[in-house]
Design a protein around this ligand. Structure first.
Ligand code: AMP
Ligand code: ZN
Length: 136
């Protein structure tokens, strides 16, 4: 399997590592959206949410929270976004699950773009909720 993030875990590719433990690695994104933008990945390969081990998912989120909270203590950081892209339609480019941790500063210009959301009637929300419950 040719996976750049597995290569980083194996130290066969370069990375600027911020945190490592038995389950998780965190390193700077090579094309940062904002200064300090980093990725938290499970060491064990999983392409996405459908195959991600729940323990690894928990470990990844815990580390992202710890790093995000630490970033919030930096004097120039006003906020943090956590973001996971799952699937091509969601913008996933590297098919080894990862959580982006994106430090935000007022006026940095980063943001999710999309049409202004409408507010559907409760009955429509309930139908959608029922459809999702059926998938769980
Ligand atoms: P995504 O679109 O969520 O799949 O994001 C993949 C991210 O991985 C992008 O932000 C890339 O800049 C980043 N990336 C790709 N290759 C590397 C690498 N070798 N080291 C660090 N980040 C990388
Ligand atoms: Zn991998």
């Amino acid at each position: 399997m040719n996976c750049i993030f597995c290569a980083i875990v194996a130290r066969e590719a370069d990375a600027s590592v911020v945190h490592e433990d038995e389950a998780v690695l965190a390193f700077l994104d090579i094309r940062p959206f904002t200064p300090g933008h980093l990725l938290v990945i499970p060491k064990r390969h999983a392409a996405g949410l459908g195959t991600l081990d729940p323990e690894d998912a928990g470990a990844m989120f815990r580390v992202a929270c710890t790093i995000g909270a630490a970033l919030r203590t930096a004097p120039d950081v006003d906020g943090v976004n956590l973001l996971q892209a799952d699937g091509v339609a969601a913008g996933q480019e590297v098919f080894h699950a990862h959580l982006h941790v994106i430090p935000r500063r007022e006026g940095d210009g980063f943001g999710l773009r999309g049409p202004l959301p409408s507010m559907p009637p409760r009955a429509a929300l309930d139908r959608t909720a029922a459809g999702i419950r059926a998938l769980l």
